[in-house]
Design a binder for this molecule. Structure first.
Ligand SMILES: Cc1cc2nc3c(=O)[nH]c(=O)nc-3n(C[C@H](O)[C@H](O)[C@H](O)COP(=O)(O)OP(=O)(O)OC[C@H]3O[C@@H](n4cnc5c(N)ncnc54)[C@H](O)[C@@H]3O)c2cc1C
Length: 373
């Protein structure tokens, strides 16, 4: 017979959302976090974190600035042909690698709850109890389950989630480079079919992370050729890929990135972070949303308790609060993406942004929230 352990909550996935939720709740309830990969790991991500979650991270005992994160205060956006717009970021943010940030959160989480490196295969809900089975045939039981397994996981397939049935045209590539670049800037350079973010992380390396469509990517035979032929039409990217020295043996890649709507609660599993919905990366706000959603859910458990009787109230309250905080940000993100990927719309938008300097900060505010404390 497989071994069985019982918890108040099982958190499925240990990225930013899962780890923050584990730290916030592990001190109050019996919590298990299951993560498939060992720490530390590099992840495909722009690695610019909005300051809105800095106070909350600090309250969890994590100080990115002490870890050497770069304080970022300015945004530069360029068109396909390299025309720039520069603006101050209303709230600003910081640059830190996922390698460092996730590992720090993991170390903190291990002090607060059980953390096992195991791959979740199935999650079933029956008679008010969740049964979670892992790849190495362990079975865990809990009153509540929290889905924090990111944008695409085998758990989505096991749960038969709607979005997983559809193909998505997006892929992303990321690597760190040695390159002369301002500490305080995040740049967003557009090219045909995508955009590339550049910003510094705590090591002094520049993180280059781009999102593009398969259609655009298919124009070249390799990552290297794509960067030289398609991305380098933008002179800023041409300069970058000519002079930057790669620090990874190979860039990291992911595909099938979906921006579809997802329910915040599905089959009684509370979804946090990308499992509940991914904002377009050009908004630079997915990590802050992941951390914020973890806090919103943790606060509801602290308010209502983790007993079976609290299930309906927490589910309803979480759906409402998720929609209230993130619903319109996701919509705005989709609209911005549609404009930037259409060269003629992008040209009109850049002319408008040059004429009205308050426009870009106003749009940034629409995709970001207030300080999370
Ligand atoms: C190209 C790109 C660039 C981005 N740039 C930025 C940016 O600059 N700023 C920003 O704020 N956001 C950015 N984002 C968004 C950001 O990366 C995500 O919103 C954030 O990582 C979400 O955190 P999460 O905890 O929900 O998911 P993740 O960090 O993906 O964590 C999910 C975890 O679940 C684990 N997992 C999955 N399946 C299983 C399983 N079966 N069993 C156990 N564990 C499992 C995974 O291993 C992973 O550790 C970007 C996204 C993309 C695609």
């Amino acid at each position: 017979m497989p071994e069985t352990s019982t918890y108040d909550l099982i958190i499925l996935g240990g990225g930013l959302a899962g780890l923050c939720c584990a730290i916030a709740l592990g001190q109050h309830y019996k919590v298990l976090l299951l993560e498939k990969d060992l720490f530390p790991q590099h992840k495909v991500c722009g690695e610019y974190v909005s300051n809105e979650v800095l106070p909350y991270l600090q309250s969890l005992g994590i100080d990115p600035i002490q870890l050497g994160a770069k304080k970022i205060t300015e945004l530069e956006i360029t068109t396909h042909t390299g025309k720039p717009i520069r603006t101050k970021l209303p709230l600003g943010g910081f640059g830190i690698s996922r390698y460092a940030l996730d590992a720090e959160l993991y170390n903190r989480a291990t002090q607060c709850c059980d953390v096992h490196i195991e791959t979740v295969m199935t999650v079933d809900f029956n008679s008010e109890i969740f049964t979670v089975q892992t790849k190495n045939k362990k079975i865990y039981k809990s009153t509540f389950a929290v889905g924090a397994f990111g944008k695409r996981s085998t758990i989505d397939i096991a749960m038969k989630r709607g979005f997983i049935q559809q193909k998505s045209p997006w892929l992303a590539v990321k690597a760190h480079y040695s390159y002369s670049f301002e500490d305080t800037k995040v740049a967003l350079h557009n090219f045909e079919g995508g955009y590339c973010g550049l910003s510094k992380v705590e090591t002094g390396a520049v993180n280059a992370c781009y999102l593009t469509t398969f259609k655009s990517f298919k124009q070249a035979n390799s990552i290297d050729e794509f960067q030289k032929q398609v991305m380098s039409v933008n002179p800023h990217l041409a300069h970058f890929f000519k002079h930057a020295e790669p620090l990874f043996p190979e860039p990291l890649t992911i595909s099938q990135i979906s921006f579809s709507k997802k329910p915040a609660v599905e089959n009684h599993v509370f979804m946090i972070g990308d499992s509940a919905g991914l904002i377009h990366p050009l908004c630079g706000n997915g990590m802050a949303m992941a951390i914020h959603s973890a806090k919103l859910l943790a606060d509801l458990f602290l308010e209502h308790g983790a007993g079976v009787n609290a299930r309906n109230s927490i589910e309803q309250a979480y759906r409402d609060t998720w929609q209230h905080h993130f619903g319109s940000r996701l919509k705005t993100g989709r609209r911005i993406q549609n404009v930037l990927l259409n060269p003629s719309l992008a040209k009109t938008a850049f002319t408008a942004a040059k004429t009205f300097p308050g426009l870009v900060p106003a749009i940034i505010k629409k995709t970001h929230g207030d300080l999370v404390v």
